[in-house]
Ligand binder design. Structure first.
Ligand SMILES: [Zn+2]
Length: 884
């Protein structure tokens, strides 16, 4: 899966409590040191019966929001048993029968356990080992949020009301579509048939094999049989779609959109056709299906933007369609990276699948890492190495708190599996892979990955299966380093003391641990690949264990973690840091980012003066890389969070922002220039957003001037301009935005406009937005986007609203994000009362094992309160000293 986009105006997080908690019935624990076998993989089902093939026929009734299903599951009974238990949720079962070689072998009684999400078939006498077919007639419901089989409603270009159907099964919702062994280890082949309205387009994992007119406007569609795969990868979509294709090698690559939008999918189609042959080559295994479709759906989820169903990748429109109304380089970049991410999953996840959710990072870490690798190949002008430092920050932001977890951690329940889709699994996974690839060498790394693919295709693995292949290919102790970074949580801190003698610099290194809230604890130990480079690019490397040293020729500034491929923070001695600040203009952009990011984190944590990061921001050259300047703007924006109730600090900070950032915006201008760098548009949008949020009068005035004629705003800055207007809105402006949202015809832009209604600084307007979210007007998947937008500006107000309207809000959020929504909503709060309120909420609403997102929010809020008291006075002092 790909997590949602987090850019300011679109960024939104959320979730709902699952109606029940599932208790794990474990026969073993996934081992990180042995290969995956049935005996060692966690399961919630008995292992006595295993599926090998499913024939599923589904007849949806989109109007009634229900469906009828028939399943014929070929199973192997491996030991005699009187009961067969599989997974089923919110299904009713009308009848079931067991046959052997076409002859009746038993008619079971069926019992459903809604809490455990299982169905148990009990026979009169034990069934002997052998191959059988279990036939089940059942029915289920169509949901309004993205889980199981679900509907998305929209208005067609001619204004008519339309309903499209899709499925979303990761992590544990295939059981809402068919009774099944709904765990990744149980791979089987799938034959899907569906009875649908003749005029609609049905899409699945495989191409349509046959169509049969049943009369009465109905057609039976039969899809080709899939290779062996996990249940969570099955896909079905149905609606008034258009499709366009391209041939890439032996594969037909396709895009599907709702009628009228097909041209907006050209960019994704082109990217996919470029990426497929390149990935075939990288992985050394050819994509095994005859077609690969990318399907765009109207609507949103709070938890994901796309899903890697094998051969039928699902996207919410804002992750796949290039809507000309808001087209920008940032949007192109986003579409390309999401497409690359989901395509990488066709290998990492679909062809080779983790045995159990403990190793989810094998899917998500690799797919995230492949985004950058693909961008480096096809779009070096985006500087993906700079983007990657931002992803690493996201990981470290979670990993620095006591509430973090190791990359590989034990998952016992469905809720815990849902919660595992977090920054540790994605972003830390990606960062650790980048570090290990750099250490192994990229050719050796690729060889190891290819050997792993060849050996484990169409089966399941644990992480050590990969390390064994990489060790072999590289001849280096990769698995030892990998274990240090994947089996324990946290971030190494490398302390650097530098001295110069006889024309070379000696760096004394010492490994500690970087933490925001565990200062009293004995630091963990890692083997850390540490690199250093002088500004003339003389380099040195070592594998640091405890204490060590590096020697670099010359006596100029030396950057540690040069190239920023390492997953650790660097704390320089004061004199060395001052030298780096002085020479910052001659440091590589990626290292400028690394130095700034470390100084910010170490400053907030109290390891380094806050003045250090401000000195870096101040000293960056005016022509710094757009991505570096963007980060500087966000550092100032982050400090502004601590100035909301401190007018003096806000005024001083605004003066600094104006002095530092406004000239950069003025040089860039408000509209794209033909010859500007590819990432300049992102910087422009961030500068407008940051300066607008700080109330810089010229920026607010210019945004308002452009808003007077919204059609004239350049698409690439449209969201940024509207965000400034929305934040600073009065009642009349808010009403105008509301009218624009109502009248907008593009589903994607419409959702963005509704979310902007939640961004107002004015709390009375925020209340209006919250009330609007519970009406039918915005659409059921847009409602939680509005609530989350309010949470970004007014966390306490959004939190209180959700608790007061709990069932109404939660009915509009996906089940898979159940336990995450409320914690994330409150996470930006600085209210000392909030931790206790969150704790009370968790005690009342969440199972004990599902508290992590709430505990993470509490840890961040407590830390923010502490930072406000202990660290911000240094910022005030620096601003005063500089004359702001
Ligand atoms: Zn993914």
């Amino acid at each position: 899966m790909k997590k949602p986009y987090r850019r300011a105006a679109l960024a939104l997080l959320a979730g709902v409590a699952l109606p029940f908690s599932v208790s794990a019935q474990e026969v073993g624990t996934a081992s990180t040191t042995k290969g995956a076998t049935a005996e060692t993989v966690t399961t919630q089902l008995p292992r006595s019966v295993r599926p090998s093939h499913y024939d599923i026929t589904v007849t949806p009734d989109a109007k009634a929001m229900t469906f009828a299903g028939k399943a014929a599951i070929t199973v192997d009974v491996v030991e005699a048993t009187q009961t067969v238990t599989l997974q089923a949720a919110e299904l009713t079962i009308a009848k079931a029968a067991l046959t052997k070689s076409g002859k009746k072998a038993g008619t079971p009684t069926v019992s459903l356990d809604e809490a455990a999400q299982t169905a148990t078939f009990t026979f009169a006498k034990p069934i002997a080992p052998g191959s059988y077919v279990l036939a089940i007639d059942y029915a289920g419901k169509i949901n309004t949020q993205a889980y199981g089989l679900f509907a998305l409603d929209y208005k067609a270009a001619d204004g008519s009301a339309k309903r499209a159907l899709f499925t979303q099964f990761e992590n544990s919702d295939a059981r809402r579509f068919m009774p099944s062994w709904d765990e990744p280890f149980y791979k089987a082949t799938f034959g899907l048939k569906t009875i649908v309205p003749t005029e609609e387009v049905a899409v699945g994992n495989l191409p349509v094999e046959s169509r049969k007119d049943l009369g009465g406007g109905k057609t039976l569609v039969t899809f080709g049989t899939s290779p062996k795969m996990s249940t969570y990868l099955l896909f079905f979509g149905l609606g008034d779609f258009e499709r366009k294709t391209k041939i890439a090698g032996d594969t037909e690559v396709g895009v599907l959109t709702k009628k009228g939008d097909l041209a907006q999918a050209d960019y994704a189609l082109g990217a996919s056709a470029d990426l497929l042959p390149w990935m075939n080559e990288y992985f050394g295994e050819k994509y095994p299906l005859p077609k690969l479709d990318h399907i765009a759906a109207p609507g949103r989820s709070q938890f994901f933007s796309a899903m890697e169903n094998w051969g039928g990748i699902f996207y919410f429109e804002n992750a796949m369609l290039l809507d000309p109304k808001i087209a920008s380089n940032a949007l192109r970049q986003r579409i390309f990276t999401v497409v690359a991410h989901e395509m990488a999953h066709q290998w990492f996840g679909d062809l080779v699948t983790m045995s159990w959710w403990d190793d989810l990072w094998l899917n998500e870490g690799f797919a995230s890492w492949m985004e950058s690798r693909a961008a480096a190949k096809f779009h070096p002008e985006w500087h993906p190495e700079l983007t990657a430092t931002g992803e690493r920050e996201r990981a470290m932001d979670q990993d620095a708190y006591v509430t973090t977890h190791p990359i590989i951690h034990h998952i016992a329940t469905v809720e815990e599996a849902s919660q595992a889709f977090d920054n540790i699994t994605y972003a830390k996974g990606e960062a650790v892979i980048r570090m290990l690839e750099a250490y192994a060498g990229s050719d050796e790394w690729q060889k190891g990955v290819q050997a792993y693919m060849a050996r484990y295709k169409h089966s399941n693995t644990v992480t050590d299966d990969l390390w064994r292949e990489i060790d072999k290919a590289s001849g280096k102790p990769i698995s030892q380093i990998a274990h240090d970074f994947t089996l324990q949580p946290g971030i190494p801190l490398v302390k650097v003391t530098s001295s110069c003698a006889a024309g070379s610099t000696t760096l004394a290194l010492e490994q500690g641990e970087f933490t925001r809230d565990r200062a009293d604890k004995q630091p963990l130990a890692w083997r850390v690949p540490v690199s250093a480079a002088g500004t003339d690019d003389t380099r040195a490397e070592t594998l640091l264990q405890g204490k060590g040293s590096l020697k670099v020729a010359g006596c100029g500034p030396v950057v540690v973690n040069a190239g920023q491929s390492g997953y650790y923070r660097v704390l320089y001695d004061a004199k060395t840091f001052a030298g780096l600040v002085k020479g910052i203009a001659s440091v590589q952009p990626v290292d400028q980012l690394g130095i700034l990011n470390d100084a910010v984190a170490l400053g907030y944590a109290g390891n380094q003066p806050m003045a250090d990061m401000l000195d870096v921001v101040k000293n960056l050259p005016a022509n710094a890389s757009p991505q570096v300047m963007e980060r500087a703007a966000k550092v100032i924006g982050g400090l502004a969070d601590f100035a909301k109730d401190n007018a003096k600090r806000k005024a001083a900070l605004s003066r600094f922002a104006t002095k530092r950032l406004l000239p950069v915006l003025n040089t860039l201008g408000w509209e794209p220039k033909a010859d500007e760098q590819a990432t300049a548009g992102d910087l422009r949008a961030t500068l407008i957003d940051t300066l607008g949020a700080l109330g810089e009068p010229s920026v607010v005035a210019e945004a308002r001037r452009r808003f007077a004629d919204p059609a004239s705003i350049d698409p690439s800055v449209k969201v940024a301009v509207l965000t400034v207007v929305a934040k600073n809105a009065d009642a009349a402006t808010w009403d105008k935005l509301h009218t624009m949202a109502q009248e907008e015809t593009s589903a994607q832009v419409k959702t963005t406009l509704y979310s902007l209604l939640g961004r107002a600084n004015d709390k009375a307007l925020a209340d209006k937005a919250l009330a609007l979210s519970l009406t039918d007007e915005p659409g059921v998947t847009t409602s939680p986007v509005i609530v989350s937008a309010v949470g970004g500006e007014h966390p306490e107000q959004a939190f209180d609203f959700v608790l007061a309207n709990y069932d109404a809000v939660m009915s509009r959020v996906d089940s898979s994000g159940a336990t995450r929504y409320v914690g994330r909503l409150a996470t930006g709060s600085s209210d000392p009362a909030m931790p206790a309120k969150l704790d009370a909420y968790a005690k009342q609403r969440l199972a004990a094992g599902s508290r992590r997102p709430v505990d993470e929010a509490i840890a961040k809020i407590q830390n923010r309160i502490q930072v406000g008291q202990t660290r911000m006075p240094e910022v005030d002092a620096w601003l005063a000293k500089q004359g702001y």
